[in-house]
Design a protein around this ligand. Structure first.
Ligand SMILES: [Fe+2]
Length: 239
């Protein structure tokens, strides 16, 4: 399946000509809208770790809903800005964070996974592997820590392997709801993000989130994480 740019956008032109009823309708406006990225693999390609049914619903329904609501909210924001309606601008911030975060996080999540025949589950090689050994002792130790943090997260959210780009250090973080990793620190870059919302596993694993976390490592795309790490920490950086 051809891979499209994961944070793709298209231009939506709002036509004018509604009798000058609002500032928005008096002029043609070009607003950017976000669209659902294609997965870089088939829905069933991650089985048996993650079922094709889960992947299809997760992608086509859940991710799409975040995008739809993000675009709607951005439209409302645009209209409020045009009207100088400061109160509404403030009111929209939580919806922008939630739905925009949902789009950003899921766009990362799909890239963090890969079928086993395309390298999914293969341990990281090179500098990321060495950094994991330095910061966590071993890959097994890192996985145990992330699984423990993901299992302990109350409600819905994400568990992340991040890179502090200033300290050049790996970190494990969790975020609630759809908060992106950057909400835990402006210097943090997500290398891996694991969705621990029930919609990511319930159809297959029921309420046993630890089993989902145990199996997802069989399809984690360490190549993706390694490339991000090497970009931020080239050999000349001292790590
Ligand atoms: Fe999700």
């Amino acid at each position: 399946m051809a891979m499209r740019r994961l944070l793709s956008r298209k231009t939506l032109t709002l036509a004018s000509g509604f009798g000058g009823l609002s500032a928005v309708s008096r002029h043609a406006r070009n607003l950017q809208t976000f669209t659902l990225p294609d997965l870089p693999y088939d829905y069933g390609a991650l089985e048996p770790a993650i079922s094709g049914e889960i992947m299809q619903i997760h992608h086509q329904k859940h991710h799409q809903t975040y995008i739809t609501n993000y675009n709607k909210t951005l439209q409302l924001l645009h209209e409020a800005m045009e009207k100088g309606d400061a109160s509404t601008v403030v009111k929209l911030q939580s919806a922008i964070k939630f739905n925009g975060g949902g789009h950003v996080n899921h766009s990362i999540f799909w890239k963090c996974l890969a079928p086993t025949h395309e390298g999914g589950g293969e341990p990281p090689k090179g500098s990321l592997g060495w950094a994991i050994d330095t910061d966590f002792g071993s890959l097994e130790s890192l996985v145990q820590k992330m699984n423990a943090e993901g299992a302990a997260l109350q409600g819905s959210g994400w568990v992340w392997l991040g890179l502090d780009k200033e300290l050049k250090k790996l970190v494990i973080e969790t975020t609630g709801n759809q908060d992106p990793l950057v909400t835990k620190g402006a210097n943090l870059i997500p290398l891996l993000g694991i969705d621990v919302w029930e919609h990511a596993y319930y159809l297959q694993y029921k309420n046993v989130r630890p089993d989902y976390l145990k199996n997802i490592w069989k399809v984690v795309n360490w190549k993706y994480a390694s490339e991000l790490y090497q970009k931020e920490c080239p050999p000349t950086s001292g790590r």
